[in-house]
Design a protein around this ligand. Structure first.
Ligand SMILES: Cc1cc2nc3c(=O)[nH]c(=O)nc-3n(C[C@H](O)[C@H](O)[C@H](O)COP(=O)(O)O)c2cc1C
Length: 204
């Protein structure tokens, strides 16, 4: 396999969750390339109802940092109780918690609905199928451009509070917060289960 991050298959195998990011700004044209890549993703019935909020304002980042901090602390509990194989991830999550407001850009993927989802947001999350392809395009584009990024969801745990900070209308729902910036460390390969553990042929 090549080591060119513009090679699609290399990028797929080396697009890891990158949480430790430098505070250096990401130029607008670079951010636009990411958003343009996301915008090429498919949506159900080609409704093109994905929307993106680009958060760079320090006050806004600070408010979202607080929502993320509350949720991360509740999720992790006592870091000393974390299983040994999770300590690397948890360390990075806590680093990100503490540096959230310094992240150069937070990208918030949203969907704009035509009417209120019949059930709760969770039921409407079926419609998340119209946001995640664009999100993955964005992650791959970030990797190709040497940017680190990671899907995060904990900071949206208090959904009404997050929507209020972001000024989202009732029919616009956020799906993640994606911190983006230049990584402090190196990109490595992802580690996943082998196909033999996850693929079934013709029936389970
Ligand atoms: C739906 C979803 C929600 C996630 N939420 C968070 C989160 O709130 N905080 C965080 O640090 N990482 C979050 N992640 C990142 C995952 O922990 C990460 O993608 C996974 O551990 C694989 O990491 P790797 O690609 O580096 O192996 C989320 C990922 C997904 C797909």
């Amino acid at each position: 396999m090549t080591s060119d991050p513009n090679d699609l298959f290399y990028a797929i195998h080396h697009t890891r969750a990158m949480r430790r990011l430098k505070p250096d700004p990401v130029p607008d044209d670079v951010l636009n390339k990411l958003l343009d890549a996301a915008n090429q993703g498919p949506t159900g019935s080609n409704k093109q109802n994905a929307r993106w909020i680009v958060v760079r304002d320090p006050g806004q980042k600070a408010k979202l940092a607080e929502l993320n901090r509350i949720a991360v602390d509740a999720y992790i509990g006592n870091p000393e109780d974390v299983a040994p194989d999770m300590r690397g991830i948890v360390g990075a999550v806590m680093w990100q918690r503490d540096h959230w407001a310094e992240i150069p850009a937070l990208l918030i993927p949203c969907l704009e609905f035509e009417q209120a989802p019949v059930d709760t947001w969770a039921a409407g999350a079926g419609s998340g199928g119209s946001i995640w392809p664009g999100v993955q395009n964005l992650l791959l584009a970030a990797r190709a451009l040497g940017l680190g990024a990671v899907i995060t969801s904990l900071g949206l745990s208090d959904r009404p509070a997050a929507k209020k900070v972001l000024g989202l209308p009732d029919l616009v729902e956020p799906y993640a917060m994606i911190p983006v910036g230049y990584p402090t460390g190196n990109f490595g390969p992802v580690a996943r289960k082998p196909l033999s553990e996850i693929v079934h042929y013709d029936r389970w």
